[in-house]
Design a protein around this ligand. Structure first.
Ligand code: HPA
Length: 264
């Protein structure tokens, strides 16, 4: 049990959580969906995201959703903030210690696929770790050799697609390529990512998926598409634009995520 887990249990109670949800840029409003919630500032929890990126929250929320006890991390720490690919390890270890068997990740991403437009959702079916960094570098045990086949749990993906069909929300599926950021991609880098077979690019998530699998959690991830990749449209890519456009995806995730949690 991590020190942070003990603090959380003291504040929010010892009943185990079923799942942890990580919210990406501009998606922190999803935290409003939690009932009977307790908010704990990250600053009180050792190892939780520091610094911060605008558009991200800085609280851990514990409460109920879809009849389950859930933790929501309203913001994440990114590799690009200081070059630590394992920045989310203490927070995710704490989630596992609190009982989370499932990890639901969200992010904002740029589309490489004409069919996936700003405002759309894309489930991650797989990823390409193009940043080349791995959060398990330095992990001394053989547990570091994590099998990444089906790392985006296929049952959870199928459930999310069925829920999308029921709620009339288009849910695409595709491969996410992790570029470190924080600069956006060049036009040439976007063309390369397309040739590598990716459908979307972003600056997060892949290291958390590796950590989630390392910790034995079932992992699911969904991108809110905020823009077309650099050079694929006339829109001007910026962090402000990402935050503004994320609202559309957030409205869909607000419906999709509670329905998915109910089925966990
Ligand atoms: N590239 C990388 N990350 C992103 C993008 C993008 O175009 N949009 C939102 N996050």
């Amino acid at each position: 049990m991590t020190k942070a887990a003990k603090i959380i249990q003291k504040i929010a109670g010892t009943e185990p959580i079923s799942a942890a949800i990580v919210l990406g840029s501009g998606l922190s409003a999803i935290g409003e969906l939690l009932g009977d919630k307790v908010a704990i500032p990250y600053s009180e929890l050792k190892g939780f995201p520091g610094g911060g990126v605008s558009g991200h929250g800085r609280d851990l929320l514990i409460g109920t959703m879809g009849g389950k006890r859930i933790a929501i991390l309203t913001g994440r720490e990114h590799y690009y903030e200081h070059g630590n690919a394992d920045a989310m390890r203490p927070a995710l270890e704490t989630m596992a210690a609190l009982g989370a068997e499932t990890l639901l990740l969200t992010n904002s991403a740029g589309s490489l696929d004409e069919r996936f437009r700003p405002g759309d959702l894309m489930l991650l079916s797989d990823h390409i770790n193009y940043a080349g960094m791995n959060p398990l570098i330095g992990e001394p045990t053989d547990r570091r050799f994590v099998n990444m086949v089906d790392c985006y749990n296929s049952e959870l993906r199928a459930k999310a697609k069925a829920i999308g069909a029921r709620l009339d929300i288009v849910v695409h599926e595709g491969i996410y390529l992790w570029y470190s950021g924080p600069s956006f991609e060049t036009v040439a880098e976007i063309q390369m990512a397309i040739r590598l077979g990716a459908n979307a690019v972003g600056m997060s998530t892949a290291p958390e998926v590796i950590l989630g699998r390392f910790l034995g959690m079932k992992v699911w991830a969904c991108s809110s598409i905020t823009n077309m990749g650099a050079g694929l449209s006339d829109e001007k890519i910026s962090h402000e634009h990402t935050k503004t456009m994320a609202v559309q995806g957030a409205d869909k995730l607000r419906k999709l995520i509670p329905a998915l949690v109910e089925e966990l």
